[in-house]
Design a protein around this ligand. Structure first.
Ligand code: PCA
Length: 327
């Protein structure tokens, strides 16, 4: 019976796909991703792609390219804007230089938990969509990384202990954090993080347990992770507006439905991955612990400076989001 049902389903799918092929509206979309295939964002995107293929009856096939294999993280947004890729995933806060509101998820100590992250995103979403629309982009779904903490190759108990360290940054906020703690920032893609640590090109970074675990930084001389819960940056799946407009209703419906599912399942994966990766870092030989109260106090003072800087740069729109969030 099972076999018959499966066969029927396959036949139905093949039929729809044939219909899409016959009138020429079947499409294949390449989807660049910056992070490794085993990372939860990439796994989530692969499930999203499968969902779209099934829901559209084969009329829209999405092929994910993880690990920066098609476009590197830093190139993905532009590739989608210019139509070189119809769809892709990007850490939007790395583009805060284009529009400060893109950096809303990386303001230190504004939104520090998964619930906060969902709340802040809900408030900021309309403004983000407006900014993206001006760039020929549409926001399909967005998933937070786990809370951000600090990685070092030594024990660190204060900001003074960080002075002079070479620091791996992933956006303007992380570079600024390094400057304010006396470290020397360089932007490096997650895909190159292990290499950077093992060659001593960097000695520190701020990131989630997820990225340290995915990149096995404990094999590159990293010994300490301090839980700071400074913020939860988001990966956003973006679509080129012209590519979106070229879709038929069946394809559009599949995309939208699967995006809603992916936003929910991605959030759950991120939550589940947090403890799992802390355990993984420990198994790799690292010390994983909360930052000391003293260090946290110092970091919070830096966070206050960065919040002021964000408000000064992001204008009325930025202030309205922060005020609404803090209400
Ligand atoms: N990992 C990404 C961004 C935030 C995170 O947790 C990275 O380090 O590039």
């Amino acid at each position: 019976m099972k076999l018959t049902t499966a066969l029927l389903a396959t036949t139905a799918m093949a039929f729809t796909a044939t219909a899409a092929l016959a009138d020429g509206h079947a499409k294949k979309w390449d989807m660049p991703l910056a992070y490794s295939a085993s990372n939860f964002h990439s796994e989530n995107a692969a499930e999203f792609a499968k969902c779209v293929g099934e829901k559209s009856g084969g009329a829209l096939e999405i092929v994910t390219h993880p690990g920066g294999s098609l476009f590197k993280g830093g190139e993905i947004k532009r590739a989608i804007q210019t139509g070189q890729a119809p769809i892709g995933e990007r850490l939007l806060s790395a583009h805060a230089n284009e529009n400060p509101v893109f950096g809303i998820d990386s303001v230190p100590f504004l939104a520090t938990s998964f619930d906060d992250s969902v709340k802040l995103h809900g408030i900021a979403k309309a403004e983000l969509e407006k900014a993206l629309d001006e760039q020929n982009l549409e926001l399909l779904y967005s998933v937070p990384w786990p809370p951000q903490g600090l990685y070092f190759k030594k024990e660190v108990n204060s900001v003074a202990d960080m002075k002079g360290l070479k620091f791996r940054a992933y956006n303007a906020a992380t570079s600024r954090l390094a400057e304010l703690t006396g470290m020397q920032p360089t932007q490096i893609e997650a895909a190159e993080v292990q290499q950077a640590f093992s060659t001593n090109a960097v000695e520190s970074m701020v990131s989630s347990g997820a990225t340290g675990y995915d990149r096995k930084v404990f094999e590159a001389g990293v010994t300490n992770y301090y839980e700071v819960d400074a913020w939860l940056p988001r990966n956003s799946v973006l679509v080129n507006k012209d590519a979106m407009a070229s879709l038929k209703d069946d394809q559009k419906a599949a995309l939208t439905e699967c995006a809603a599912t992916a936003e929910a399942s991605g959030l759950q994966k991120s939550k589940d991955y947090t403890q799992f990766t802390y355990d993984g870092l420990r198994k790799g030989g690292m010390t994983v612990e909360p930052a000391s109260d003293g260090l946290k106090t110092e970091l919070q003072a830096i966070g206050a400076t960065m919040t002021e800087e964000f408000l000064a740069s992001a204008g009325d729109a930025g202030k309205a989001i922060v005020d609404e969030f803090n209400k």
